[in-house]
Design a protein around this ligand. Structure first.
Ligand SMILES: [Zn+2]
Length: 318
């Protein structure tokens, strides 16, 4: 057992196992932000953020789930979805199904997203949380389908939608099938908007490429964790394309907030409180509009009569 986690593993990249915070790896973890050696229990207490410099470590979807939803309220859905290999894709090292098996073994997940229904601050939500440790959180047909079904569950059960992104973008092993998820999820979000249900998109490090170019940037409110990488094409590609140096902090949450691309940066420790406040706002605004006899821009509360005469689907129990 080593006392310190190696900061740089030579020219070899870190394996999934070394990066996963839920796997015990010695007593100390070196902060990637300030270099401070942090005791494992201190990191747990601080929700895997550095108490010294606020660096936000990447965490698995199941860990993040506990940071956002009300304790004991989560009911997992669509857990059995697994990717096929219709393109019979093979990368430089192995076939896609083998790649999937390895990721499943390392993460205990079937694919790169965790979906279900829960409550946050007592308000009903339908949510999907992406897992960066599963093939870089890449969005293939399974992730796309889970997000799509989360949207459908939000619509049929009058829940708010929450998606937590942690992803490098589309999954190249699924080619066009992966890219199609962008259109599918975006089209369903338009339906969610028609139903006047709120969508809170939470961007963690990283939230990039095809995911950012579809559902992640379509939230009614877009929150990001401090320092999260938020962008479409990578900085190197952009630099080569435009032939110019990029400003410092380019594509970090603070930079895109300044440009108006996101609404707010929220520390992980305040995330549950912030989401609760937003849901409360949407919930109350629905009631306020109803009391004034007007159609609300949001129709989150199933107990209210539809102010605009639209038929209201009955919420499912549970
Ligand atoms: Zn630090």
């Amino acid at each position: 057992m080593s006392w310190l986690k190696r900061e740089r593993a030579g020219i070899k990249s870190k394996t999934n196992k070394e990066q996963r915070p839920d796997v015990p790896e010695g007593l100390w973890t070196k902060c990637e932000g300030c270099g401070e050696a942090l005791f494992q229990t201190v990191l747990d207490e601080n929700l895997w953020t550095c108490p010294k410099c606020n660096f936000h470590f990447r965490v698995p979807a199941r860990t993040y789930l506990g940071y956002v939803v009300d304790p004991g309220s989560f009911e997992e859905r669509f857990a059995d979805l697994e990717a096929g290999d219709p393109l019979e894709f093979r990368d430089a090292k192995m076939r896609y199904p083998e790649r999937l098996k390895l990721a499943q073994r390392d993460t205990g997940m079937k694919d790169a997203a965790l979906s279900g229904v829960a409550s946050v601050g007592g308000r009903p939500v339908s949510l999907t949380i992406m897992d960066f440790f599963f093939m870089g959180g890449s969005m293939g047909s399974v992730v796309g389908e889970k997000v799509a079904r989360s949207i459908e569950a939000a619509i049929s059960e009058r829940r708010a939608l929450i998606v937590v992104s942690a992803t490098g973008g589309a999954r190249m092993q699924e080619g066009i099938l992966s890219l199609m998820q962008m259109a599918k999820t975006s089209a369903l979000l338009a339906r969610l908007q028609d139903e006047r249900l709120p969508f809170i998109s939470i961007l963690t490090d990283p939230s990039t490429a095809g995911v950012l170019a579809s559902y992640a940037s379509l939230g009614d409110v877009i929150l990001a964790e401090p320092g999260a990488l938020v962008g479409f094409a990578g900085a190197r590609v952009i630099r080569q394309t435009i032939g110019e140096d990029l400003p410092p902090g380019f594509q970090r949450a603070e930079f895109v907030l300044e440009k108006g691309f996101i609404d707010r940066i929220v520390h992980r420790k305040q995330m549950r409180e912030e989401v609760t406040r937003l849901l409360e706002f949407f919930w109350r605004s629905t009631r306020g509009f109803a009391a004034a006899g007007q159609a609300s821009p949001h129709a989150f509360d199933p107990e209210l009569p539809a102010a605009d005469g639209r038929p209201r689907p009955k919420p499912a129990s549970g």
